[in-house]
Design a protein around this ligand. Structure first.
Ligand code: ATP
Ligand code: MG
Length: 440
């Protein structure tokens, strides 16, 4: 490991957190080109051939150092977006807040970003802030050093140079990876204010990597949680999927709760969960099941996850409507309307998912009540499987549904004759079927 003081793009003053800027050589990190995406390497080569600097950076280097398979490969360069685009046949400039270039090679997309600066002197139309200090546009280009300190976390700010297999580290990210520490680069309060999504990224990486959060980073988090309200709903929805559907959903949820982030991300859920009530157990079970399915390469859908996250609020609202004398179906529909309308102002759940969520919820009533031919028809409903899984989930969480899940499991496995018998016994033995449910 050597200090890169000799390197002109490396300046100590720019990063208050960094003791030294380091160049880490192969014997210390053991990463080679062979473990990198060949497409990302091609992008780097081409940029260098065009006279630019280019590095593989971000999550891929972090994950490879931890012997994990990277989700994607990002490249950082001093070429500007137009220059990048001109070098590649299939390249598209995307984004407004942060302009990035998507370079497509075969089926892989490599995200290429121009070195950016976090320098507060550059307050011009390229770098806009709200009066709270939040960045609404951030396209001031800069040097490699600038780019490193504008990144969110030290572990995400390592630059791999495929030409000599070195890693450039301006923020002590390499030692943070070795010590299992999440640390925001710069002053955490300012960095969270600039972009409150970073609060969620801290939590996401702490859960995923099983890292601890440095106290200077964690200390202001609870106070800044309310700033989540400033994140645009589409961006927050995308992040919510990363939080809950990356294989560490339950651990992530616990941290979100710890830092009071659930209150601002899912306020309707926050109102209904306490440390170990039935609602909390439902969410815990839903997220544990999602984590398990992802580990076993089974399909997961945002509709199911959100159906669970919002179910406590739907149930509570439906109960209220029911008390006012509305039918079970009407109460549920109105509760679903209300809960969805409120949540999409925070996380913009696309309509195709909200439609499925509604169906999963509505089918809960029908699975409880349906008999005779209706039961047969329910099985053919495209949402039956999800709704049935939802019943199992509710029971797993400890809700007493009089063996409903088992009943439907057996019903599906039975031949027609047995099914008819099952329905007649169900009619006799399940008083719920004689309730005054006006939805039928
Ligand atoms: P993964 O792709 O595995 O979720 P990643 O670290 O690659 O993790 P991306 O969202 O792909 O995350 O972002 C790429 C890089 O851009 C990050 O590693 C980080 O350096 C930087 N970055 C991303 N989001 C922010 C942010 N909100 N503020 C500052 N830097 C960010
Ligand atoms: Mg990435």
């Amino acid at each position: 490991m050597r200090d890169c003081i000799a390197n002109s793009s490396c300046s100590k003053e720019l990063d208050p957190n960094s003791k030294q800027c380091q160049i880490i050589a192969y014997p210390d990190h053991k990463l080679t080109k062979d473990v990198m995406s060949s497409h990302a390497l091609k992008v780097v080569e081409k940029l260098e051939a065009g006279g630019f600097q280019a590095f593989i950076v971000g999550g891929s280097i972090r994950d490879l150092l931890l012997n994990r398979v990277p989700k994607d490969f990002d490249v950082a360069t001093n070429a500007n977006p137009k220059q990048i685009k001109s070098l590649f046949e299939r390249a598209r400039i995307i984004g407004r807040r942060f302009q990035i270039v998507h370079v497509k090679l075969q089926k892989q997309i490599i995200e290429v970003t121009t070195f950016r600066s976090n320098n507060n002197d550059s307050l011009n139309e390229q770098r806009l802030r709200t009066k709270n200090g939040m960045l609404t546009r951030d396209n001031v280009f800069g040097s490699l050093t600038d780019d490193s300190i504008r990144r969110d976390l030290s572990i995400n700010a390592l630059y791999f140079n495929p030409r000599d297999n070195t890693i450039t580290d301006f923020t002590n990210g390499f030692s943070d990876i070795q010590n299992g520490v999440i640390r925001v680069i710069g002053d955490p309060i300012i960095r969270f204010r600039e972009d409150p999504l970073r609060l969620l990224r801290v939590v996401r990486f702490a859960a995923k990597l099983n890292f601890s959060i440095d106290s200077r980073t964690s200390e202001p988090m609870k106070h800044r949680a309310k700033d989540l309200r400033q994140i645009s709903p589409p961006r927050l929805f995308d992040e919510s999927l990363k939080l809950f559907m990356s294989g560490y959903g339950f651990k992530t949820f616990e941290l979100l709760k710890e830092f009071d982030l659930v209150r601002y991300m899912l306020p309707q859920l926050h109102d209904h969960i306490s440390s170990d009530n039935l609602h909390f157990r439902l969410i815990r079970q839903a997220l544990i099941n999602t984590d398990y399915r992802l580990e076993n390469k089974q399909r997961v859908t945002p509709a199911f996850v959100y159906a669970a996250l919002l179910w406590p609020a739907v149930q509570a609202n439906a109960k209220r409507f029911r008390r006012r004398g509305k039918s079970a179906r009407q109460s549920l529909d109105e509760a679903a309307d209300k809960v969805i309308a409120s949540q999409i102002t925070i996380t913009a759940i696309p309509r195709r998912f909200t439609l499925s969520m509604r169906q999963i919820w509505t089918l809960q009533i029908y699975l409880e009540k349906s008999i005779g031919k209706r039961a047969r028809r329910l099985i053919d409903n495209p949402r039956f499987r999800a709704a049935y899984d939802f019943v199992l989930l509710r029971e797993q969480a400890g809700e007493n549904l009089n063996g409903l899940g088992d009943w439907w499991t057996k019903y599906q496995e039975s031949d027609e004759e047995t099914q008819i018998k099952m329905i007649s016994t169900r009619k006799r033995h399940n008083p719920a079927n004689h309730s005054n449910d006006r939805s039928k």
